[in-house]
Write a protein that binds this ligand. Sequence first.
Ligand SMILES: [Zn+2]
Length: 225
Amino acid sequence: MNLRRIFSCIIILIFLAIMCIIGYFNQNSVFTMGKAVSDQDSKKIALTFDDGPHPYYTEQLLKGLRERNVKVTFFITGQNVEAYPEIVKEIYEDGHLIGNHTYNHTQLTSGNAEIFKQEIVKTNEVIKEVTGEDTIYIRPPYGSWDKEFEKELNMFPVLWTIDPFDWCSSDVSCIVNAVCAKASENDIILMHDQYKTTVTAALEIVDKLMEEGYEFVTVDELLFD
Ligand SMILES: [Zn+2]
């Protein structure tokens, strides 16, 4: 009788232990899955390309972005819009965001505010001739900007948080590592679609960061979400 009692107790204890172990692992997997899903939802990041479009490299970049279904932002100069309107149209039709980068890539200084403003207005006009839409985002060359212009011109300046100096490097992995090592949520990456290395590096950056759960968005989604 005693032995039977001890045996029953052991069976109950083993049963309870198994239930605890199952419960522990279930709780863990739910937690892990929940974390992975919420990370994926929140990690937005933006790639931006200045100084273009370029007659060859921008096309290559657009092709790679299309294959990956990724949208980015192009800050283009008015003179390049006039030189390559068909590429600007392609950028627009692919659903990327287009921003102003002045007409002649002019840096704002203490003495050229009027010329700078005229360049912005002229660039907005030539972009609208191609896309039919108003441009409200500007990346001022070299980051020189005057807050007064925001109301006057109704434009938002978009600077950057990661600069891999792609324009002075011919080493793709160096550019990729410079971006991926620093990347975090809501970063704005500055690149230039004028170089073969930039196009290769940008597409590698997209592949690598998407694997890490990042979602590439246009800058408007980061600024106003
Ligand atoms: Zn520039």
